[in-house]
Design a protein around this ligand. Structure first.
Ligand code: NAG
Ligand code: NAG
Length: 266
């Protein structure tokens, strides 16, 4: 009796292991069948649409194998440095894209191409974005979280903002860390919330001053050249005059002789 019990126990352990591996295998096959990006965790919501979670995986590139029926992607807390053009172009239903807490310093033109109709929320906060390139956001109407980036505020940024279609409140997330021109008191302020600062006018003023200085420089060069030219010519003219003065004294007798001969003829 105890022998049989031992046999049964041993077999049940083996059965258990077999069953376990079977479950694991079906899991894996299921995983492959529903096509989730490698290493990411995918789930299907009841409302339809897939959520892909790739957070905190030390990813350095946007995965290329994201399923085309993805609605939400979480790529936060990774090591992404750039979003190349068309990175999400094959995902026509993507509504939420979280790229926060990465090392993003570059969003290539067309980075979010193909998402203009579907994307509702874009999180690129807590990255290393310095220059705002409107071509990266072409057509996007999403609400974007742009906060916590080292934005550089200059005339280019000011010109770019009215051309983007992102939700207007999103743009208040652009807090200037540096600016051009420097030291105008906009550092640490949300660019849109400081409407009294017109970076393009300040730029224009400085270029105007530069123009004025160059023009003055040219003008003074021309003037000094003229002065030099006149002086040199004066010298020349005086010398020439003196020469002329010295000439008639030699020819005067001849002339008077001529005139005298004429007078004698008359
Ligand atoms: C996704 O791709 C599959 C096959 O590649 C295709 O049949 C399906 O229509 C695509 N779905 C969408 C939403 O584009
Ligand atoms: C934007 O991102 C910051 C930092 O990542 C976060 O603290 C903030 O709650 C986010 N704002 C919105 C509206 O989601």
């Amino acid at each position: 009796m105890p022998l049989e019990a031992g046999w049964l126990l041993r077999h049940s352990v083996v059965m258990c292991l077999l069953l376990h591996s079977l479950v694991l295998m079906t899991c894996c096959f299921h995983h492959a069948a529903t096509s989730c990006s490698k290493d990411c965790y995918c789930s299907e919501s009841e409302a339809g649409g897939k959520t892909v979670r790739c957070s905190n995986l030390r990813l350095t590139e946007v995965p290329g194998d994201l399923p085309n029926d993805t609605r939400r992607i979480y790529l936060d807390f990774n090591l992404l440095t750039a979003v190349p053009a068309d990175a999400f172009a094959g995902l026509p239903h993507l509504a939420t894209l979280d790229l926060s807490h990465n090392q993003l310093a570059l969003l290539e033109p067309g980075a979010f191409r193909g998402l203009d109709a579907s994307l509702r929320f874009l999180d690129i906060s807590s990255n290393k974005l310095v220059h705002f390139d409107p071509e990266a956001f072409e057509g996007l109407r999403a609400q974007a979280n742009l906060t916590n980036n080292p934005w550089h505020c200059d005339c280019k940024l000011q010109m770019a903002l009215p051309t983007v279609k992102l939700e207007a409140t999103s743009l208040t997330g652009i807090v200037c860390q540096t600016s051009d021109p420097e030291d105008i008191g906009i550092e640490g302020l949300a660019f849109l919330l400081a409407p009294q600062i017109d970076l393009c006018v300040i730029m224009k003023k400085t270029t105007d001053v530069a123009m004025l200085v160059t023009m003055f420089g040219w003008f003074s060069m021309v003037i000094s050249y003229l002065v030099y030219y006149v002086r040199a010519n004066q010298e020349d003219a005086r010398r020439h005059l003196e020469y002329l003065k010295s000439l008639p004294q030699g020819s005067k007798p001849g002339k008077s002789e001529e005139s005298s001969t004429i007078s004698t003829v008359v």
